[in-house]
Design a protein around this ligand. Structure first.
Ligand code: AMP
Ligand code: GLY
Length: 421
């Protein structure tokens, strides 16, 4: 197949890598891709979605896979479909499950899907009144997309009030904070679950855990994610069933009733409180770095899964997963997540050790290529992935691979998967 992947991260790299590892020979294109995706396909640069759709038609692209949320919220799927193209991802309307926290929370309430008690409002008085009914800590969220920074866990009522005032006045997040959500704090452990959906049916992937804080022991600022592992032993069959029955099934049925059938990846941020899964949030795409560890665990055909999901035929296939575990360790550049960093040359040691060769690999993100030299270009640079028969073995292998990657200012956590070890 000729396949176009939208995005430039390690998430999109890992999807392309999984597709290139299939028996069948596929031709891949990335828009825009990064300094390493040329290992997998051809990078193209067409920013306008209508122009891109015309290019996809002219070039007989049979499937387009959208990695990040921004093009989805902007309606790339609707545009591609209006040109008769096959594309995997939710419509603009359905992407509101991520694009607007107010839409998401009201949807969850309407369809009785478990979530934290909340109020959604643009009135400071109402927000303060609800805050008074909660015990600290109190969670305050901006409505719109804020690059993962729009959530404040306030440790006191006063701190919550400041966060609310700054959001509603537009001071902290501009238009994205014109409406806020104030909600109760859930105390439990967090999971990332992913369901590949075709509007009617879904396939639930093995549950993962992300590590959002920059530093070991979950200290430091929030990031896009510093590492992940799957499957997590914190989930048993009972919990998987509860997530399917109480969250995913009613979400797909509800979205159909809303005339916005959900196709694409439903990413459910879950807090498990006393054994019960509560929905923290939805995203409408794969997690990054969760995708990088889930892709290598899939033993059935990845491109076929995306194609069948995009053509409402998921019920025809069986998706299979390896019995192994995967651990991914993110290596970020010096000033991440605060500011950009100077490009730094990346030296990758030659891999001689058979174990490393066979059970590890790298998915590249913030890298650029100049005169055949790879540079760390800021943000999250790459993810070292290890596979193993146990989480510990997968973790040890991922860190062995990290030891073979060198660039000035490299930053990584040393405790990925600690909750399972
Ligand atoms: P979100 O962007 O909604 O996923 O929130 C970012 C992070 O804030 C989540 O990954 C959780 O760690 C935390 N969080 C969000 N809502 C709550 C809540 N109601 N209770 C506890 N932690 C929360
Ligand atoms: N790793 C979490 C996210 O992609 O939002």
């Amino acid at each position: 197949m000729k396949i176009l992947i939208l995005g430039n991260g390690a998430r999109e790299f890992s999807i392309g890598r999984a597709i290139k590892n299939e028996k069948e020979d596929h031709e891949l294109f990335y828009m825009p891709g990064n300094g390493a995706t040329h290992q997998l396909g051809t990078n193209i640069s067409i920013k306008d979605y209508n122009e891109l759709a015309l290019w996809a038609k002219e070039n007989n692209i049979e499937l387009t896979i959208v990695g990040p949320e921004a093009p989805l919220v902007d309606g790339v799927v609707d545009i591609f479909k209006s040109h008769g193209l096959t594309i995997f991802g939710p419509s603009k309307e359905a992407a509101q499950l991520e694009g607007s926290k107010v839409y998401m929370k009201n949807f969850l309430a309407k369809y009785n899907i478990p979530t934290a008690r909340y109020i959604e409002t643009d009135s400071i008085e109402d927000a303060f009144k609800f805050t008074a009914s909660l015990q600290a800590p109190i969670v305050v969220k901006a409505d719109g997309l804020c690059g993962g920074k729009g959530v404040i866990i306030a440790q006191s009522h006063d701190e919550a009030k400041i966060a609310i005032s700054e959001m509603l006045s537009g001071k902290s997040f501009g238009d994205a904070g014109k409406k806020v959500i104030v909600e109760e704090f859930l105390d439990g452990y967090e999971l990332s679950m992913f369901a590949v959906c075709d509007g009617d049916d879904f396939i639930l992937l093995p549950a993962a855990q992300d590590h959002k804080r920059l530093q070991d022991n979950d200290e430091g600022p929030n990031t896009g994610g510093m590492g992940a592992y799957a499957p997590t032993p914190l989930v048993d069959d009972t919990l998987y069933e509860k997530v399917k029955e109480r969250i995913i099934r009613p979400t797909l049925d509800g979205m159909k009733k809303e005339n916005a059938p959900f196709e694409g990846v439903l990413f459910i941020g879950i807090m498990v409180v006393n054994g019960e899964p509560i929905t923290l949030e939805f995203n409408v795409r794969f997690g990054d770095p969760e995708c990088e560890i889930l892709m290598p665990l899939m033993t059935s055909n990845v491109s076929d899964m995306f194609y069948k999901a995009a053509t409402n035929r998921l019920s025809e296939i069986k998706v299979e997963f390896s019995k192994q575990y995967a651990v991914g360790v993110v290596m970020a550049s010096e000033n991440y997540p605060y500011s950009s960093s100077k490009p730094a040359e990346i030296i990758l040691d030659d891999v001689h050790h058979e174990e490393i060769e066979k059970y590890t690999h790298i998915s590249f993100a913030g890298v650029s290529l100049q005169d055949d030299i790879l540079y760390a270009d800021g943000g999250r640079v790459l993810v070292c992935v290890g596979l193993g028969d146990t989480i510990k073995q997968a973790r040890d292998r991922a860190y062995m691979r990290c030891g073979q990657v060198h660039f000035a200012g490299k930053k990584l956590r040393s405790d990925i998967a600690y909750q399972a070890l």
